[in-house]
Ligand binder design. Structure first.
Ligand code: AHG
Ligand code: MN
Ligand code: MN
Length: 284
């Protein structure tokens, strides 16, 4: 297992400078939607193709799935092995306004759909002022600086600070439920709003400063926006491994058992006491 996970994160780090370098000329929208109904950018599809090419031949990786593909792809021929699940470009609407975006990676020990408990590692690359990669595995989270050749400098372990400081919750406020809005009114008494529209960047600041990120169920979309396999469960794995908590509103996101590849779920991650307060505020 260790070698497969190493291979996946080596490949993703190696691809990071190429993804970054390819963004300026791929900011245009395509005349196409992905299976979730998002209008794709040229960059979304291009990053997906690039990351597919870099990961599909890794020995032990037998399935590839991504937010941008309708179905899971079998890339190995054994009956058992690992599935790589990617959000190739998270926050791609930020490309136009030159705000951060990233790549989310989940490594599952079975083909998708798969429960959160089958994640063996997860992480993300953040294309911000610098390129960093965060990897959660074997009970530890480490952050790396990724240089222009895709080589990594280990910046050490990541643990959520004890005191929460920042929060960011997605969705239009009039679309929030009354219970969720009441919870947020309490949160904003103590914490500072910082919401950037790219889950990876918004979660990374929670890892650095403490706090909470969430995308709730909305009145018009009770499952919210974020996709369980590609976004919510991998980020929950990272935050829980860093000492924080995750929730879909009633329990850990890692207890989810999605039945569909592109299933969505309300998503919350952050300091345990904020997530506990959230669960207490929402109906069962
Ligand atoms: P993606 O670009 O992969 O579709 O993901 C965007 C997601 C997530 O990164 C972010 O938290 C959320 O959508 C932002 O949504 P709003 O624009 O509704 O705030
Ligand atoms: Mn995303
Ligand atoms: Mn995406």
């Amino acid at each position: 297992m260790a070698d497969v996970v190493d291979g996946v994160f080596d490949a993703v780090a190696g691809a990071a400078p190429d993804v970054r370098a390819g963004l300026p000329e791929r900011r245009a929208k395509r005349d196409a939607e992905n299976v979730s109904g998002d209008t794709q950018l040229e960059a979304d599809v291009w990053a997906d193709d690039l990351l597919f090419d870099r990961t599909e031949s890794i020995e032990g990786v037998n399935w590839y799935a991504s937010e941008e593909r309708d179905a899971i792809v079998t890339v190995g021929d054994a009956d058992e092995g690992y599935a790589v699940a990617l959000d190739p470009l998270d926050g791609s609407s930020n490309v136009k306004s030159n705000n951060p975006c990233g790549t989310v990676v989940g490594v599952y020990d079975q083909p998708l759909p798969a429960p959160g408990s089958s994640l063996v590692a997860a992480g993300f690359v953040l294309y911000g002022p610098t390129t960093t990669m965060v990897v959660a595995r074997d009970g530890e989270v480490r952050e790396y600086l990724v240089d222009e050749d895709g080589d990594r400098t280990d910046l050490g372990t990541v643990e959520l600070p004890e005191d929460p400081t920042v929060y960011g919750f997605g969705g239009r406020v009039p679309e929030w439920t009354e219970d969720f809005e009441a919870f947020v009114r309490d949160v904003e008494d103590d914490l500072k709003l910082r919401y950037g529209g790219a889950m990876i960047a918004d979660v990374n600041q929670v890892l650095v400063y403490g706090g909470a990120f969430g995308y709730p169920g909305l009145q018009s979309a009770p499952e919210g926006k974020l996709r369980a396999h590609f976004e919510s469960m991998p980020m929950a794995y990272v935050v829980e491994t860093a000492g924080g908590a995750s929730s879909d509103g009633s329990g850990s996101l890692l207890d989810l058992e999605p039945q569909r590849l592109h299933e969505r779920t309300p998503t919350f991650v952050g300091n345990e006491r904020v997530i506990d307060d959230l669960e207490a505020a929402l109906p069962d």
